[in-house]
Design a binder for this molecule. Structure first.
Ligand SMILES: Cc1ncc(COP(=O)(O)O)c(C=O)c1O
Length: 454
């Protein structure tokens, strides 16, 4: 009765990443109304600096009320439907992107395409760069949403490039080459590599050396690079963020063609914490990509009201400066709380300098070095400890035992409750750990939950 797309199961909604969200929805933690509920640590949201935006909105009610110098612009906005977007908004966006990169590069608003979030931007780029059945290489671990965003409607394939904990999950030339060969063995035509920089889920920025490996590879294979830089404004610690565009600009004398095969994806969902506003974009030096993507953006435009409001917000230099600095300070503090809380429970994280999450090593808590054991531990932490975290397998990590834990969607107090629960959980199971028994048996499952949550 229904189309193949509607009947098949390729959306990825059944992965543990999304299942954890569903469990959280059934029993969400609230410090007063539901203190034994599940704490959502599987959602990369940034709620730490809402107060700064709210106080700007209070001082600038004109922008919310669709007024300019007290005069209503409602009619203009109500009728606005140009898929190129409001010029004033695009100008502010490119300024904002340049600021995040320390003004080391300039962006031209002519090369910018507005989309309904980075989700839509990534999918549009797939439609522009690859045919159904062609492939993109993605370093693992990667953002679980990519299976849906890149593959589901486009028919494009993902070839995972397996990165290893032995070098902090860094991108190497040999790993790129291996993934390329793997694609060839599967008879897949590789059209490009997509990286997330800073990485979700690692919370690390790519070094210039890695970026140069990537550029060399793309030149050598004559393919595209997509750099999803959605977390570029969250870099709260050194080393500083280096965008792929900086490397491309530095090497433009060498190969001008490559600059037309490099495309940035960005969004305000993370840096500004407004995923509900659905503001995303593609930046590309390739005229054909820009014009095709602009036509495609008709299927997911940003409302003119949102564009108007955010043009005013980002146009306030004092605000953007204060917001970006304060937001990074708060992210850093939150990250330090989680790292020390986990360390206190004998759990370590990959060293990170960006993002809204930590990449956490719980290999020592697995009953065996398998993905089944990882899932067992994930369930235990979800149902027994009351924390929804994301298992590495949902990010296609090739080594069992890693988990992504988000920290920016909650207050310091809630984060401390979460850390206390983890600590009690580990302590009450340490005897089993020391004699290497399967970590938690059903018999003490409920006892553990009771001890931790009540
Ligand atoms: C790497 C990455 N790309 C894209 C997205 C989607 O973002 P948006 O809300 O702008 O669609 C996310 C959201 O978590 C993400 O982590």
């Amino acid at each position: 009765m229904l189309s193949r797309k509607a009947s098949e199961d390729s959306h990825g909604q059944d992965s543990s990443y999304f299942l954890g969200w569903q469990e959280y929805e059934k029993n969400p933690y609230h410090p007063i109304h539901n203190p034994s509920g599940i704490i959502q640590m599987g959602l990369a949201e940034n709620q730490l600096s809402f107060d700064i935006i709210e106080s700007w909105l209070e001082r600038n009610s004109d922008a919310m009320e669709m007024k300019n110098d007290g005069i209503s612009v409602f009619r203009e906005l109500a009728l606005f439907q140009d898929y190129h977007g409001l010029p004033a908004f695009k100008n502010e966006l490119v300024e904002f992107m340049a600021k995040i990169r320390g003004n080391r590069i300039k962006f031209d608003s002519k090369n910018l395409v507005l989309t309904a979030g980075a989700t839509s931007a990534n999918e549009i780029l797939m439609f522009c760069l690859a045919n159904p059945g062609e492939a993109f290489i993605l370093p693992t671990p990667y953002y679980p949403g990519f299976d849906r965003d890149l593959k589901w409607r486009t028919g494009v394939e993902i070839v995972p490039m397996h990165c290893s904990s032995s070098n902090g999950f860094r991108i190497t030339s040999s790993a790129l080459e291996e993934a390329y060969q793997q694609a060839k063995n599967l008879n897949l035509n590789v059209k490009g590599v997509l990286v997330t920089n800073p990485s979700n889920p690692l919370g690390t920025t790519m070094s210039k050396i890695e970026l140069n490996h990537l550029v060399n590879f793309a030149i050598d294979k004559n393919i595209h690079i997509i750099s999803d830089e959605i977390y570029s404004g969250t870099v709260f610690d050194s080393p500083k963020f280096v965008s792929i565009m900086e490397v491309i600009n530095e090497r433009s004398f060498e190969n001008d063609e490559i600059s037309k095969r490099v495309h940035i994806v960005y969004s305000l969902s993370k840096d500004l914490g407004v995923p509900g506003f659905r503001v995303g974009m593609i930046y590309s030096n390739n005229e054909k990509v820009v014009s095709t993507a602009t036509k495609m953006s008709s299927f997911g435009l940003i409302s003119s009201q949102t564009q108007y409001l955010l043009a005013k917000l980002l146009g306030d230099e004092k605000f953007t400066f204060k917001y970006m600095e304060e937001n990074k300070t708060r992210l850093k503090k939150q990250k330090e709380t989680i790292v020390s809380g986990l360390r206190n429970a004998g759990i370590r994280c990959l060293k990170s300098n960006a993002g809204l999450f930590c990449w956490v090593d719980m290999k020592h808590l697995l009953s065996s070095a398998t993905f089944e054991a990882e899932k067992e531990l994930w369930k235990m932490i979800l149902y027994g400890v009351g924390l929804n975290i994301s298992p590495g397998s949902s990010c296609h990590c090739s080594e069992p035992g890693w988990f992504r834990i988000c920290f920016a969607n909650m207050s310091q107090e809630t984060l401390k409750v979460a850390m206390r629960r983890i600590k009690i959980f580990i302590d009450s199971n340490s005897r089993m750990l020391s004699i290497k028994q399967p970590f938690v048996t059903n018999a003490n499952y409920y006892r553990t939950r009771k001890e931790i949550i009540n």
